[in-house]
Write a protein that binds this ligand. Sequence first.
Ligand SMILES: [Zn+2]
Length: 369
Amino acid sequence: MAEFSRKGVKEIIFSTLRRAVYLRIMEQIVQQIEQYKQEMQAFEANTPDLVEAFRIKYLGTKGLVKTVMGEMKNVPVDQKKAFGQVLNEFKEFAEARYNVLKEGAGEESDSNAAAKDITLPGDLFPVGTRHPLNLVRNQIISIFRRLGFAVAEGPEIEDDWHNFGAMNLPEDHPARDMQDTFYISQNPDWLLRTHTSSVQARVMETQKPPIRVICPGRVYRNETISARAHCFFHQVEGLYIDENVSFADLKQTLYFFVQEMFGQHVKVRFRPSYFPFTEPSAEMDISCQICGGSGCNICKHTGWVEILGSGMVHPKVLENFGIDSTKYTGFAFGMGVERITQLKYQVNDLRLYSQNDVRFLKQFTGVVG
Ligand SMILES: [Zn+2]
């Protein structure tokens, strides 16, 4: 017993006491933890603010989990492992509960919305209508797409070559007078394209036959604005170049088009015509869709209305792009979208298309295209 000094004995007693006291404290902490867990379980948080309040209270830097964890340093060594486990479980519990609340707050707002009367009519969202010219342009594109035509587009400001020269309209060609042109004053070689043939030129420049494209787009001509003429309008032109393309292909393609556009009953006729870029050339008429052929103002009492120009591509145009005109032939056609729209929807004043009059545009509500 000699080794037990008085002081040593005291120390042992105190440390035993401290240990007993601390074990009692630990019991209280464990009880406290259980209570916190129950509180956490009961914690309702249906808004992000409340979820955040939970986080601050339990998991924040001064939160209860941290505070309890701080007790670890006072725990007797032989108890550290068991107590550490309790603390870790507590921490994990708090984190899991926090995640549940966080997810719940998001879902909660949804289920709140769902809890409202879902039979109430929704807020009206005004939907516009497609412009009639776009409707018809889309219909034209969709018909030719089914025949394997691709869509090509090009610039509205063109140079003289792509608009005229390449299309067999040299500078002194009288046919240029047919298309009053807007020139760009900064550069006399530049102009606003008068037809989308310029796009065909650009296609032939970059692609080798077989070529099968349609070129929709806006074109410009210097004309006085009236019910029957405008300084800009829209075209869809088409071009098909391959071996053995004949006028019969042209007729059949265009006949298919008008039947798809206006109905199976439509009749067609071709009249010889002249265009510098096609030879032979023809204008195509269809039986008047307004009067059915018996005669009215639209068809000028002839029963027929002109809808497009067409022809076999002039060999010179092919040669302009290095396409062998002895091997390849092709046909081309061009139509005004306004004209087709007029016949389809009986719009008799070209100016209506660009006046943005809602009373006019609203009439196309519900037309799909
Ligand atoms: Zn008619």
